[in-house]
Ligand binder design. Sequence first.
Ligand code: FES
Length: 91
Amino acid sequence: MLLVTICVGSSCSIRGSDELASEIQRFIEKENLADSIEIVGAFCMDACSKGVSIRVGERQFSGILPEDAESFFYREIMSCIDGQAEGKQND
Ligand code: FES
């Protein structure tokens, strides 16, 4: 299970963390990955910026905007899922 943690602290909230979470959830459903990815919220990650802070597994990003959701999902989240799948094949 890949954990995607989205900051819901005040700075990130006003920059669209709810909308970003909804968009990412939409792509998770579109790709049929509800059993592989879990979205959770977190308070301030000490990385306030002009966008939303988000953690994918152990990697943290900041400055992500809701309109970046699609590119972020495929670039940073799907690549982790693909990596996990490849890891399983090699086990
Ligand atoms: S409120 Fe999100 S990193 Fe500070």
